[in-house]
Design a protein around this ligand. Structure first.
Ligand SMILES: [Zn+2]
Length: 167
């Protein structure tokens, strides 16, 4: 029995379909067909440019970003697909709050649509700290397919773990 670690919040019939794909050995082919492309965002500099481009397009008036980096230490299982941190530091007697975005390094090897989804997710957190309705509306404003992509990303993470386990 395969544990669907990344799909915990989804309805049972949907999870049953996923299990069918896995048990039929078809999940990899299913994903490869739907997401055949790779992307060239392979370092922090490229990630920063990519993120700023989206921010300028959709969140021009939001607070500035201090830092955008790939982070090899993010543990995706803990729901922290990316990691948006709001760092407060005392500088002289002024308290400065800085927005930082850390994206799990595994997204270097993910299909471009998933990289976009996770960057959109982290950008939305600049305005909305919680995963509430306004947060998801903002995500969909930047990426209309947001919810489908989040589900497919979770499928891809599931498949990735299965592949690792099979080696
Ligand atoms: Zn989040």
């Amino acid at each position: 029995m395969t544990a669907l670690t990344y799909l915990g919040g989804y309805p049972e019939p949907l999870k049953a379909q996923v299990l069918q794909l896995i048990e039929g050995g078809k999940l990899g082919a299913f994903l490869a067909k739907r997401y055949p492309d790779s992307h060239s965002i392979q370092n922090d500099k490229a990630l920063l440019a990519y993120t700023m481009d989206l921010k300028h397009r959709y969140l021009r008036s939001s607070a500035p970003l201090a830092k955008v980096i790939f982070d090899g230490k993010i543990n995706v299982i803990k729901d922290a697909l990316g990691l948006h941190t709001y760092v407060s530091r005392v500088q002289g007697n002024k308290l400065k709050a800085k927005n930082e975005i850390r994206i799990a390094a595994l997204f270097k090897a993910a299909p471009p649509a998933f990289l976009k989804m996770i960057v959109v997710h982290e950008l939305a957190h600049i305005k909305e700290k919680d995963h509430n309705k306004a947060f998801y509306q903002l995500c969909q404003h930047m990426e209309p397919d947001y919810h489908q992509l989040e589900f497919d990303l979770r499928l891809w993470l599931t498949w990735r773990d299965l592949e690792k386990g099979a080696q």
